[in-house]
Write a protein of this length. Structure first.
Length: 165
């Protein structure tokens, strides 16, 4: 690719770029479901800023541009919920999503004591499902998103990594 994408902890200054990137990335998901009210598309900039302050947020950067992001937080049962993983459409397929996931998983385990990780993805989101399974997640159930989209719930025990990086 001749350019290096770095993964780092997001800062408050990244809020606006994350907000815009998320809006761009989730258009394709919305189209899959014919639902443009999915959570990542209706989230406000203020809400993104609050998540940045409270959650474990990582970004992928190409120079000064934020080209990927992911968020994680600890839920009541000690599991870490990982979500809003997105990579700029023009940079998808280069392993950036997997690197972001790994960064979030290690931080959630090391800094917040997560014993397992949980992800939700839409039932038609084949690309996401492939990535999650490749990095060791397994389907544990289904749930209904607040936006009405049927979601698949995937989990992985902390410290378990798929053989293939």
């Amino acid at each position: 690719m001749g350019m290096s994408v770095t993964i780092s902890v997001a800062t408050e200054q990244d809020a606006e770029q994350i907000f815009r990137l998320q809006y761009l990335c989730f258009q394709s998901e919305a189209a899959l479901y014919g639902n443009y009210r999915i959570a990542p598309l209706v989230q406000t900039l203020d809400s993104v800023k609050r998540e940045l302050a409270a959650d474990c947020v990582f970004v992928a950067r190409l120079g000064d541009e934020v080209v990927g992001s992911v968020r994680g937080s600890i839920t009541e049962d000690g599991a870490a919920s990982i979500g809003k993983l997105c990579v700029h459409p023009r940079l998808q397929g280069h392993g950036i999503g997997a690197r972001l996931l790994r960064a979030a998983e290690s931080a959630l385990a090391a800094e917040r004591g997560a014993t397992k990780f949980r992800l939700f993805t839409g039932h038609r989101s084949e690309g996401n499902l492939r990535l999650y399974r490749r990095v060791g997640y397994q389907t544990v159930g289904t749930s209904q998103g607040t936006d009405g989209v049927p979601m698949i719930v995937l989990e992985k025990v902390a410290g378990e990594y798929a053989a293939t990086a």
